[in-house]
Design a protein around this ligand. Structure first.
Ligand code: DGJ
Length: 553
């Protein structure tokens, strides 16, 4: 955490001497996203920051509930907590706002030395209006639902309901104005998620009168400029003419994105925090993606419509994948699809079952600005089969030990990531070897081995170590100098060689250690002899290693 007192004193001094410069300092210190050469950083208090996040359960957004949140957040070593703020909670009566929970949350987050990402559960939470106030939920005339082709009302509120948009926007703007009031100086809140996993199940788009007219109108120029038709259609014209069989779902994505974008724009006009949306993923391995067939929430920010969201909701910085697919091939595909020069990789949710923990190494090594396991509090609720079967310390432990290794160096890690120096691998479902290519060097990562000797040795063939049957290995590597690396990993063996594979290289040193609070590397011991002869063997408890390599002739 920054030293608040000294920052305040500096601001006061500046304010006395140079009022304009002081204002500029404050604005420059707002959390913001930075982009350089297609890579991204979340800038917090003036420097890159890695979100080691933890998202609470859906109903933990009440002062009393927070008592079960903080001990879990501390145990998992998160530096950021993601917490919902529900529309029904802040505006139970139209026009009368109650921000007492937000006040409690921000105050207690500061006491617990963590930052906050707020999740706005407004018009849509997992597509449904469940978190809207009763005066919205049951007033279909003023707040219209989507209409099915046969004229029946859908469960889902229409993104073309202008009164709904007005009401949600007013509530969200009031929330952002309140945040500005209570948090502008300390900036505990880093980002805001606008709505939650939007889209519609079972219905491709709104077929109501207003929607139908918009569907028959020309595709907006901003969308045309960014989103090409998968099967070439007309260069311009209405949605069907341009996008053919994809027209309905693209139209719905545009309608949702426009609605969310309007809300985000209004919120940022009063308090300019980074904003993002999260996505319930469609299958990333279905290539090319076929037209919607009831197989995902239509209109949600799936990877294939990111361009529509960028065009229709420029106030949204990031579209983030919620990872609940445990297959490693899908993880690879999803990371590749959501990491783009125009879209920072940020994983707002990942399942809290043990097999997801290894993916943290890959995600944090892939230039992500952060990652957040879901369901982190001590309520007796478990979202199996998406996440773990139980919810206790043992459930959190696989995540806690990884965050514990990263937390002391999260600032350095974010900087290295921003500079493009980080890499990450996780044990794939088939346990296959992984390879990392770096500048001048490469790493070969293997899994499921004993620490001593080669896999092929008869002695090592007799019995496999217990972890060989599990999916637990992972390594993140930052190349911090021409020949120097920072490695953090578990249940994996790493061998580093030059890119030519000359075999004429040696470890100059391999130091196990950690970064202290001032950012200085503290060496605890050198690995040598058995500890390096058979590669760098990471065990169940993550270790941080600083390694320098050399070449000989
Ligand atoms: C994804 C949603 O975004 C979360 O709020 C939660 O409902 C999980 N799915 C399931 O536990």
């Amino acid at each position: 955490m920054p030293n608040l007192l000294s920052r305040r004193l500096a601001q006061v001094a500046l304010a006395v001497a140079l009022p304009l410069a002081a204002t500029a300092t404050l604005a420059a210190d707002m959390p913001r996203l930075a982009q350089r050469d297609g890579r991204h950083a979340l800038i917090v208090d003036g420097a890159p920051f890695t979100i080691l996040g933890a998202q609470v359960h859906n109903s933990s957004n009440y002062p009393e509930a927070l008592k079960k949140v903080w001990p879990a957040i501390a145990y998992i070593h998160a530096n950021t907590v993601e917490v919902p703020v529900a529309w029904e909670q802040i505006e139970p009566v139209e026009g009368r706002f109650d921000f007492s929970f937000v006040d409690t949350l921000v105050k207690q987050a500061r006491e617990n030395k963590v930052r906050v990402v707020l999740l706005w559960f407004g018009t849509w939470k997992n597509t449904s209006p469940q978190y809207t106030p009763a005066w919205v939920k049951f007033d279909n005339r003023r707040f219209p639902r989507m209409v099915e082709p046969d004229g029946k009302n859908s469960y889902c509120l229409s993104p073309l309901g202008e009164e709904t948009l007005k009401a949600d926007r007013r509530a969200f703007t009031a929330l952002m104005a309140h945040l500005k009031k209570i948090d502008e100086n300390e900036r505990t809140v880093l980002m805001v998620q606008v709505e939650n996993e939007v889209g519609t199940f079972g219905l491709v788009r709104d077929f109501g009168k207003t929607a139908q007219a918009a569907f028959e109108a020309d595709v907006p120029a901003a969308v045309l400029a960014r989103k090409k038709a998968p099967v070439p259609g007309a260069a311009k014209g209405n949605w069907r003419a341009v996008y053919g069989d994809y027209a309905d779902e693209y139209f719905h994505a545009w309608a949702k994105a426009r609605y969310i974008g309007e809300i985000a724009k209004a919120g940022r006009a009063v308090y300019d925090l980074p904003m993002y949306v999260n996505n319930a993923l469609r299958d990333p391995l279905e290539q090319p993606p076929k037209p919607w067939n009831k197989n995902f929430a239509s209109g949600g920010p799936t990877y294939d419509v990111i361009d529509i969201y960028k065009a229709a909701a420029p106030a949204i910085d990031i579209v983030g994948p919620d990872i609940y697919n445990p297959e490693s091939a899908k993880l690879n595909a999803n990371l590749a699809k959501f990491k783009r020069p125009d879209n920072a990789l940020f994983v707002p949710e990942i399942g809290n079952a043990e097999l997801y923990a290894r993916y943290l190494y890959q995600i944090l090594g892939s230039g992500s600005i952060g990652v957040s396991p879901f369901g982190i509090d001590y309520f007796d609720y478990a979202n199996y089969p998406l996440g773990a079967k139980t919810n206790d310390k043992a459930t959190l432990e696989p995540f806690a030990k990884i965050f514990a290794a990263f937390r002391p160096m999260q600032r350095q890690w974010a900087q290295w990531a921003f500079e493009g120096h980080t890499h990450g691998v996780s044990e794939p479902d088939d346990h296959a070897d992984q390879f990392v290519t770096m500048k001048g060097w490469k790493a070969h990562v293997t899994f499921g081995q004993w620490q001593f000797g080669e896999r092929e040795w008869p002695g090592n063939q007799k019995e496999a170590p217990a972890h060989a049957a599990k999916l637990v290995g992972g390594v993140s590597i930052a190349q911090i100098g021409d020949d120097e690396f920072l490695l953090v990993g578990q249940q994996a063996r790493v061998r580093i060689d030059d890119v030519e594979g000359s075999g004429r290289t040696l470890i100059e040193y391999a130091e196990e250690g950690h970064f202290d609070t001032s950012g200085k590397w503290v060496m605890e011991r050198r690995w040598n002899g058995d500890q390096v002869d058979w590669g760098l063997n990471f065990v169940a408890n993550p270790r941080v290693l600083k390694v320098k390599m050399g070449r000989y002739k």
